[in-house]
Design a protein around this ligand. Structure first.
Ligand SMILES: NC(=O)c1ccc[n+]([C@@H]2O[C@H](COP(=O)([O-])OP(=O)(O)OC[C@H]3O[C@@H](n4cnc5c(N)ncnc54)[C@H](OP(=O)(O)O)[C@@H]3O)[C@@H](O)[C@H]2O)c1
Length: 244
């Protein structure tokens, strides 16, 4: 579950987090870029931190601010299962920090993210150095650039891949009729989109975000097999208005 926008609030998000955990959605992605999100997530996980996989980020050009972000997040979460350089911002300095934290046993896996395909060449160059355990990129039927280089390279190197923005780039604007999606074995268009992404064998985890009760359950249902085959994926991409 992502926390961008949906957790940047002083409102209590315990209900959403508990619903997510109850349906097996246990990886939570955050960042200092998301305002109050890390704090809201930590509060909502009170007493259940051990049930969650925390994937947060360092997001600053400044090495000293990066260290402060890590100290603040360590106070909130204790340690990190995944720690990422957000959008490759000053990655030489911030990756050194993450490597140091990993060496101290405070981080299990380190990675880097990018929000835009224009950053994929730099991301791939960094992947090729062997210093990352995982990456995070946008991926949905209308945003398929990751298929060209990032996903194949991650598979070749054995890196984990988190994907973000499943509902963005207009996919929710083109909702086909319930009849058109019934053949795909899903109930809702959002589930069809999420299953389309999860059906790519190169994807380790699909991040989606919500502040609406009931949606964690709806979204988690898309995480169960059977997966879509190539033909189903292409038919669904056409329904989503993908241009190829
Ligand atoms: N560069 C980066 O590292 C980067 C960039 C982007 C995102 N991310 C991470 O990835 C996470 C996921 O990306 P995202 O936030 O763009 O997620 P998303 O799931 O694509 O978009 C979230 C929006 O979709 C709506 N939504 C969720 N489930 C729905 C459903 N079943 N039916 C209809 N609408 C639904 C939500 O509305 P409601 O709240 O009303 O349900 C929310 O407005 C982020 O939260 C963030 O943690 C990282």
């Amino acid at each position: 579950m992502g926390t961008w926008q949906t957790f940047d609030t002083a409102e209590d998000r315990t209900g959403i987090v508990h619903e997510a955990l109850s349906v097996g959605m246990n990886l939570f992605d955050s960042s200092p870029m998301y305002g109050l999100a890390e704090q809201a997530l930590a509060k909502a996980l009170k007493g259940r931190r051990d049930k969650a996989i925390i994937a947060t980020k360092i997001w600053t050009g400044s090495p000293s601010e990066g260290r402060e972000q890590a100290n603040r997040a360590l106070r909130l979460f204790g340690r990190f299962e995944i720690y990422q350089v957000h959008n490759l911002v000053n990655w030489p300095a911030q990756l050194r920090l993450l490597e140091q934290l990993k060496g101290e046993g405070k981080v299990d896996a380190i990675g880097a993210t990018h929000y835009d395909p224009s950053g994929f060449d730099d991301l791939c160059d960094l992947m090729a150095t062997g210093r990352l355990d995982m990456v995070q990129v946008p991926y949905n039927p209308r945003r398929r650039e990751a298929e060209r280089r990032v996903l194949p390279l991650a598979a070749e190197l054995g890196l984990g891949v988190l994907t973000h923005s499943p509902m963005r780039y207009g996919v929710l604007d083109r909702q086909p009729s319930p009849d058109a999606i019934r053949h795909f074995g899903v109930r809702t268009w959002a589930q069809a989109i999420l299953k389309w992404i999860a059906s790519d064998p190169g994807v380790s985890c699909v991040l989606t975000a919500t502040k609406t009760p009931g949606r964690p359950t709806e979204n988690a249902q898309a995480g169960d097999p059977p997966w879509f085959d190539t033909d189903q994926r292409e038919r669904l991409a056409a329904l989503a208005g993908a241009t190829g």
